[in-house]
Design a protein around this ligand. Sequence first.
Ligand SMILES: Cc1ncc(COP(=O)(O)O)c(C=O)c1O
Length: 356
Amino acid sequence: MVPPFVRQTVREMEGYSPGEQPEAGQRVVKLNTNENPFPPSERVMQALAGISSETLRRYPNPTADAFRDAAAKLHNLSPQHILAGNGSDDILTIATRCFVPPGGILAFPDPTYTLYGVLAKLQEAKAVAIPWDRDWSLPIDALVGSGAAAIYLANPNAPSATFVSPLKVAELAKNFSGLILVDEAYVDFADDNCVVLLEQFGNVLISRTMSKAYSLAGMRFGYAIGRPNVIAEMMKVKDSYNCDAVSILAATAALQDQAYARWTWENIKSERARVSSELTQLGWTVLPSQANFILAAVPTGRGKEMYLGLKEKGILVRYFDLPGLQDKVRITIGQSHENNALLAGIKMLTAAGKAA
Ligand SMILES: Cc1ncc(COP(=O)(O)O)c(C=O)c1O
C-alpha cells in the first residue's frame, strides 16, 4: 500500500518509464534507447584515467565552468549563455521549476518525449498535449492558444525523428509570450538547429545532451543555451552541485573533440539512409529521420509483434503502446554490423510469417 504521507499527485501519477537496459555482459543488439553506437572519444578516456583523488575529495565547480567555456567557444557565445546539467533531463527539470508555475500549463506537440508530462505533474501543473498537425508539422495556432506558461518542443522529435524548421519555430516564438524550450537532444544528426533564434527571441531556450551525439549516456551530462538573463534565473533553481567533477571532465573532453564526434555522426547518418532504404524495400513505411533513430511502420501493422519477435532474437528496439504508434517500432541506428543483424532478424521473422 502506498504510504498516506506521499503527495497525492505522486501517489496518483505514473513515473517515467525508460527503455529496457540489459544486464552488463548480456549479449544483445541494443537499438532501443538511442545511444550513440560508437565509444566516447579517446580524449574522454584519457581525462578519466587522469582523475586524481583530490578531484574526488573536493566539491566540484558548482557551475561546471570548464565545460561552460568549452560550450561557449563551440557555439560562439559567452559562458553566461550556458547552464550545465546532470543530463538534459536535469535541464528540463530546472526549466519546469523555473518557468511553469504550479497550476499553470506546460504544452507540447504530441506524441513526444514522455518525460514532459511527468515533469508537469510533479510541478502540480497541467500538461496539455497537442496533436501534431498532418505530416508531423508544428500545430502553431493550437500551441499559442493553449494558454501555456511554457511550450516544450523536442526537435528533432522523439519518437518520430521528424524536424521542424527554425523558421517555423521562429513563427511560434513571435506569437507566444511564454518560454519555448527547444529540446535539441538529437540535433547533431539533423541538418539545422535553432541556436540562431536566441539572437532574435528572448523567450527561446535550447537544451542539448552529451548522451547521444557524444556517446556519454552513462555519464549524465547536458546543457542549456539561452540568453544570460534566462540562464541566470535557472542558476537559482538548480541543485548546488548538479554536475559531478568526473562528468565535467568527461563532457568537456568530449565536446572539445569535435572531429571524432562528427565522424560518428556522419557514420550514423549514412547507416540511417541505408537502413531506411532497406526497410522501405521490405514494405515498411519509414518516416524521414533527422535523428539517430527511425520510426518505422511494420507492413502488417503489428508493431508489438515485431518488437517481441526481435526481442526473442536478442535484438532490442522500442515499442510504444500508444495511439498512432501501435503499428510502428522505433529503431536506434547502430553500427553497421548491428544494423545488419537487425535487418537479418526482420527478414527471418518475415519469412517465418511472423509480424510481417
Ligand atoms: C527528446 C529527448 N530529450 C531529452 C532526453 C534525455 O537525455 P539525457 O540523457 O541528456 O537526460 C532524451 C532521452 O532519450 C530525449 O529523447
